[in-house]
Design a protein around this ligand. Structure first.
Ligand code: GLN
Ligand code: ZN
Length: 829
């Protein structure tokens, strides 16, 4: 259909960080949670932030009138926003919903079977944070990023309707600002209906009734027979249609619906089902609703804004099917494709001729300045696709990168000139759009600047370090092999003399306020290095004494000196820098500051040895050295784009391998290399898994295989759903693997046994994410369960994860119960 509505701006971004340049939103949200401010005050802060942000984006060059500025604000999470929009509240939280007053449009979703109602802002946060014995929505990672979204729970009777017009109000606020200043016509951004349901889990009525136990086993609760959240597509789409009508009535020319579910085949839904859902959803939304006034020779108003569907984080096309052709076949007005992770199709795509193609050529997920010349060439090549128009965009929302390189005074100026955070990326998008429209000469200076930066980076000392390259080039298969497990197990038992069902912890002990204060004073220069070391040693000594008193078998030093399990290593390794204000949202109000891995990695000096050795000097029990593995270090950093990830991983692995050797020389007989992010980096397409698992497993083995036969290598993984990676767990060849298992009631143990895993396994016996102290009976039951599903000689007893977020009171009691329970089970063996 011919479109006569406002054309989409030729330069746009798919989303912008919403936490605020100085984390204003984080502070405001947390102040309101703590009761220091009212929700009205929070709403005001948020409104000011949205207005300031929108005007800032206009100042950076996004057009104020043609929907270039995304309306991508969220108080907590965009998926939770969709839950609130739809009133799709799980049974256990239904009392938070007011069914009488709905959004100010008065639209009550007529579609859901139970009547949908709106959540207050407090109610919205309660879904995210839980309340009393009602667990929050589960949290899981968003595609291949380190951002976590809340998983909607959708059942056959979950109410669904258009109950909350927050999106419409946010649009109007900026289009008609109360202060009479610069107006900005934004493009409201929503999770698309198909992705929303594909990311939802089935809410079983049984789970709803069981309240607090509902989340205790995501995999264990059976959904009602054959129900799939996608069965509710028509209801969700009807509610979105109501929302689109309301947006059109408010004058919104464009809306953005994000459908990243189309770039992955890990959701276990066949492409044909996804395709059916997309066709059904967008024929209702795009075809049945008119985007322009007076269609069908009536005088009716436009029924919806023009629709931009985005597919960030990967390639729309795969062996499973062609998602680009699928979307091009709908009647939406614009498509955004990821041309950083995805590829450019060779020839014309049917249906694109009536659409605007938003070409995601600027990387929204990493921080490198783009080679604008090369991107412009890519953009020019897109004419072969026959799109009605081409706009320049980011590959993903800029949610994943910090705000502004200009905020980093401490970075080396050369390095700084290679970086583009969100604001710099907007300038890049604007430059490319100008270059595409007016030719290269119009942007010659910007292109030259970009080319110079690319060159300066390639030639800079430290980017390529010959000794590091020589070392990785000389690696042979023997470097990832240790002696056979049986031989290792015997040598380790002879050395460590552990009882059956050995007890240990995952590494960190509570990071008390005092520890954090001490570190902060040291960072500010108020404490000398010597004073800081003394304070940390005192902490280690008390942690070791506590573990001896509790009767644990393998002790740890407790990690008090670590600010973060990746940053601690990045600060000490060559090839990394860390930032001051480079915060990105991880979930809700939580932000992280990923280090930047810019050059070849090496270890100028030992990283952890002095702390581990000090702990070992205080006890006759074995002390476990503690390292973060290569894959996790990469997963939680911004990685370089000029070297294959596998090669970077090998460099990090070799640095860790030297650390293992040094730990051994200091007398440490047990070393744990944590890889909680092994599964997180799993590619979104199955076809890429073999290659990923190959390099990730190799790099882990490279980091550990230098250990002698009598040194016991542990690893720790932070999740219980192994699925695609179960083979890889075995491939790591660790002597002992600890995993999260309490919430799934040890189900991972028989799964591993069935997959042929035959080395040590430490299924976590209690969940450290909650302050609850597990009873002796509970732990006894879980240990017994584990010891029944696999050779009991392989079983270790430990918590699910590190204890750094817990208090000492809970920790002592929990570990005491853990030891008591283990002793009672031991007696029955
Ligand atoms: N050793 C780390 C700790 O105990 C592991 C943390 C993690 O798995 N995320 O804190
Ligand atoms: Zn963990």
């Amino acid at each position: 259909m011919a479109v006569e509505s406002t054309p989409l701006s030729p330069a746009t971004i798919l989303g912008y960080p919403r936490i605020g340049r100085r984390r204003e939103l984080k502070r405001a949200v947390e102040a309101s949670w703590a009761g220091r401010t009212t929700t009205d005050e929070l709403e005001t802060t948020a409104r000011d932030l949205r207005l300031a942000t929108a005007r800032h984006l206009v100042d950076l060059g996004l057009d104020a009138e043609t929907a270039a500025v995304p309306g991508s604000f969220s108080f907590y999470d965009q998926v939770l926003d969709a839950v609130a929009l739809l009133g799709a509240v799980p049974e256990r939280f239904r009392d938070l919903v007011s069914t009488g007053s709905t959004g100010s449009t008065g639209s009550t979703g007529s579609t859901g079977s139970a009547s949908a109602g709106a959540l207050s802002l407090e109610g919205y946060f309660t879904l995210a944070r839980g309340e009393g014995d009602k667990p929050p929505l589960e949290m899981t990672k968003w595609f291949d990023t380190n951002y976590h979204y809340l998983v909607p729970e959708i059942g056959p009777d979950t109410p669904i309707g258009f109950v909350d017009d927050r999106v419409v109000r946010e649009f109007s606020e900026l289009a008609h600002p109360a202060d009479g200043g610069q107006a900005v016509v934004t493009r409201p951004v929503l999770v698309g209906p198909v992705t929303f349901l594909l990311l939802s889990k089935a809410e079983s009525s049984a789970a709803a009734l069981r309240g607090s136990h509902a989340h205790s086993s995501a995999a264990g609760d059976e959904a009602p027979d054959g129900f799939d959240p996608l069965d509710r597509l028509d209801d969700v789409v009807a509610a979105y249609a109501d929302l689109l009508r309301a947006l059109a009535a408010a004058g919104a020319p464009w809306v953005q619906l994000d459908e990243p579910a189309l770039v992955t085949d890990l959701l276990d839904v066949p492409f044909s089902d996804v395709a059916d859902a997309v066709r059904r959803a967008y024929s209702r939304l795009a075809t049945d609703l008119s985007p322009v006034p007076g269609r069908d020779s009536t005088d009716g108003p436009a029924e919806r804004p023009a629709i931009l569907v985005t597919a960030p984080y990967g390639d729309l096309r795969s062996d499973a099917g062609d998602g680009l052709a699928l979307l091009a076949g709908t009647d939406v007005e614009a498509l955004a494709i990821d041309l950083v992770k995805g590829t450019v199709p060779a020839g014309p795509v049917a249906g694109l001729e009536t659409k605007t193609l938003v070409a995601g050529v600027i990387d929204g997920h990493n921080i490198w300045r783009a080679d604008l010349d090369a991107r412009l060439t890519t953009l020019e090549g897109l004419s072969a696709l026959g799109a009605g128009a081409v706009a320049v965009g980011t590959s993903t929302s800029l949610l994943h990168v910090p705000h502004d390189v200009g905020d980093e005074p401490r970075l080396d100026p050369d390095l700084k000139s290679w970086l583009a955070f969100a604001d710099q990326k907007i300038a890049e998008v604007v430059t490319l759009a100008t270059g595409l429209a007016e030719g290269r000469t119009a942007v010659a200076a910007a292109l030259a600047g970009s080319t110079a930066a690319v060159r300066s980076r390639a030639d800079a000392p430290g980017v390529v370090v010959p000794e590091v390259r020589d070392r990785t080039a000389a690696l042979t298969p023997a470097d990832v092999e240790r002696a056979p497990y049986a031989e290792r197990a015997a040598a380790q038992q002879a050395r460590l003399d552990l009882p059956p069902l050995p007890t240990t912890t995952i590494g960190s002990f509570p990071q008390t306020a005092e520890i954090r204060r001490t570190r902060a004073s040291w960072v500010r220069g108020e404490l000398s290095d010597a004073e800081y070391t003394t304070a940390m040693r005192a902490e280690i000594a008390s942690t070791v004494a506590l573990q001896e008193e509790l009767g644990l078998d393998v002790l740890v030093h407790g990690e008090p000196e670590r600010n973060d399990m990746v940053q601690y290593f990045a600060e000490q390794l060559d090839g990394f820098v860390t930032t001051v204000h480079g915060w990105v949202q991880s979930y809700g109000s939580r932000c992280v500051r990923p280090p930047i891995l810019w050059g070849d990695v090496s270890r100028p000096a030992p990283l952890t040895v002095e702390w581990a050795a000090y702990a070992a000097s205080l006890t006759s029990k074995p002390v476990k050295g503690m390292l973060t593995g290569p894959v996790t270090i990469l997963a939680w950093s911004f990685v370089r784009d000029d070297l294959p990830l596998g090669e970077t991983a090998d460099q990090v692995a070799l640095a860790l391998r030297d650390e293992v050797t040094d730990l051994e020389e200091a007398g440490i007989g047990v070393v744990q290399v944590d890889e909680p992010a092994l599964r997180e980096l799993l590619p979104l397409r199955r076809s890429a898994h073999a290659d990923y698992l190959d390099w990730s497993v190799r790099s882990f083995r490279l980091s550990t295989a230098g250990a002698g036969t009598a040194t016991q290598v542990h690893t720790h993984l932070c999740y219980s759903e192994f699925g695609q990676v179960i083979g890889a767990i075995d491939g790591l060849d660790a002597d002992v693997t600890s995993v999260e298992a309490a919430r799934s009631r040890m189900e991972i143990v028989p799964e591993l046994a069935d997959a042929g895993y035959g080395r040590g396994i430490g299924p976590g016996v209690y969940d450290i994410h909650s302050p609850r102290v597990p009873s002796v009976a509970e732990v006894t039951e879980l240990v017994t369960l584990a010891a029944k599903s696999i050779d009991p000689r392989l079983v270790w007893v430990n918590p699910d994860c590190g204890l750094k977020t817990r208090s000492y009171a809970e920790t002592k009691e929990s570990l005491r119960n853990l030891v008591t329970a283990t002793r009672s089970v031991r007696a029955t063996l």
